[in-house]
Structures are given as C-alpha cells and as structure tokens.
Design a protein around this ligand. Structure first.
Ligand code: MN
Length: 254
C-alpha cells in the first residue's frame, strides 16, 4: 500500500460526475472508501472501484433510508460475498429518523450478525444520537475477532469513545468534527493508532464547494495541530493505521 491520504468515508456516487471523482482519487493516490446508501447502488459503485488501485466501494443500507427500504436487506446480503467493506450502516436517532429506530435496530443487528458469521469485514458505521445503541449492538453481535468497525463522524462522549476503543473500534474524523469544540475534547483522548480520516463528501464543504477526498489533507492538518504534533508524521500515522486495520481484518477471515 502506498503512502497517501486516506478518505475512509465519502459518497462518490452522490457527485454529479461519479467516474471523474473515482479518477481523481486514483490520480492523486487517495485511499478512498466510497460508501453506498442502498444495495441497489452497489453494482455500479463496485464496477467503477474495482478497476482502481486506491478506491474501494462499501456495500450499505443507510439508517436514514431503512424506513422505506428495509426490504432491501436481502439484496444487501446477496452482494455481501463480493466485498470486505460494508457501509454506510448504523443507527440514527435524530428527530427526523427516530420513528424508524426499532426497524433500524433490526436491520443493523442483522447486518452485524451476518458480517460476524462471514468474517473479515470492515464496517463504516453511522451513529447520530445513537452512540450507546450502536456500541451495544456491536458488543452483542460483532466481536472484533470477526470484523472491524470504523465509527464515522462519531459524536458520542469521551467515555463512549473509550468504550468504543475497548470494543476494537476505529474512528474516521473529518474537518468539521475537528473544528467542533465539543468533539475536540473527545478526539484528543483517542489513541492515535485508532484514527483514520474522512470527508463524508459531498456532505461537508471545502470553501464554497463540496469536499473532495483529497481535502482530507485539511483534517490531517487540524488533527496534527490539535495534538501538537507534526503534520507529515500525522499523515503517515493515519496511512499506517489503515494498513494495520486491513491486516487485522484479515487475521480471522473465517
Ligand atoms: Mn455518510
């Protein structure tokens, strides 16, 4: 694996020109995990990513879509053997999606159990207002020997973050989190070995345009400054963390 930036959670298929973004990541050598929100988007995302060195696609069923698309869980399962990356999955207990929370929990539990049975999967997990519920589900259904979780845009407390670390979770941090005063208090307590970076593009912005994966350089700089460490060394550490995560997930491919 080459040195290079890491964007471990973005949505390349939500930009107007999906193939151009894939090409940009490849040209700039950005290790990019592009997530899907419905398994119906999987075949095209998989096809575009599978011809690259640096871009990987993840197979997802977004918690915000579960109310309308829970029936697609069987489609999700039918594609699962095609990838070791799963996401975007998780729970969203925010006001707009709270009503489907029971349904979301059923789907998420099923996703975790199925990944645990197959083994060797890496999941990028959404946990808005649901840090405790997400960690409870991981603890119940996905031991770290059977799969690895990366908590995307984690907004839980410092003690919830410590619990996540104990469960073997990684964290993908974006520039918006790193500018948030409350989140910074949680982030400084994370073991640096568990930290990855993300943009969640196009849902975050760089200046007046949607963030592109290469913009994770901004998150690296903010993270280094927050920790009082060197920016280049921080970038190298994040790339090393990705390599460690990939090897860890291979330990027990089941
Ligand atoms: Mn996302």
């Amino acid at each position: 694996m080459s040195q290079g930036l890491v964007d471990f959670h973005c949505h390349l298929d939500l930009y107007p020109d999906h193939p151009a973004l894939v090409e940009e990541c490849e040209r700039l050598g950005v290790h990019t995990l592009t997530v899907t929100t419905t398994p119906k988007a999987w075949p095209r995302n998989h096809a575009l990513a599978s011809q690259t060195r640096h871009v990987r696609a993840a197979l997802g069923l977004h918690p915000q879509l579960v109310a309308d698309r829970s029936a697609e869980v069987s489609l999700w399962e039918s594609y699962l053997d095609e990838t070791r990356y799963v996401g975007e999955v998780g729970l969203d207990a925010g006001p707009r999606f709270f009503r489907s929370l029971d349904q979301q929990k059923q789907v998420f539990d099923h996703v975790l159990r199925t990944c645990g049975r197959r083994g060797g999967k890496i999941l990028t997990v959404h946990s808005i207002r649901a840090a405790k519920g997400v960690l409870d589900a991981i603890e119940a259904h996905l031991p770290s020997s059977r799969g690895r979780v990366v908590l995307h845009w984690f907004t839980g407390s410092a003690s919830e973050a410590r619990r996540a670390v104990d469960l073997g979770c990684y964290f993908s941090l974006n520039a918006e989190m790193l500018r948030n005063e409350r989140a910074k208090g949680m982030i400084v307590g994370l073991p640096i070995e568990r930290v990855l970076t993300e943009t969640d593009g196009p849902f975050t912005r760089t200046g007046d345009r949607p963030a592109h994966p290469a913009d994770v350089a901004i998150a690296i700089n903010l993270l280094a400054d927050l920790r009082g460490s060197n920016r280049e060394a921080t970038g190298r550490q994040v790339t090393k963390n990705l390599r460690t995560l990939l090897m860890a997930a291979d330990i027990d491919p089941g």
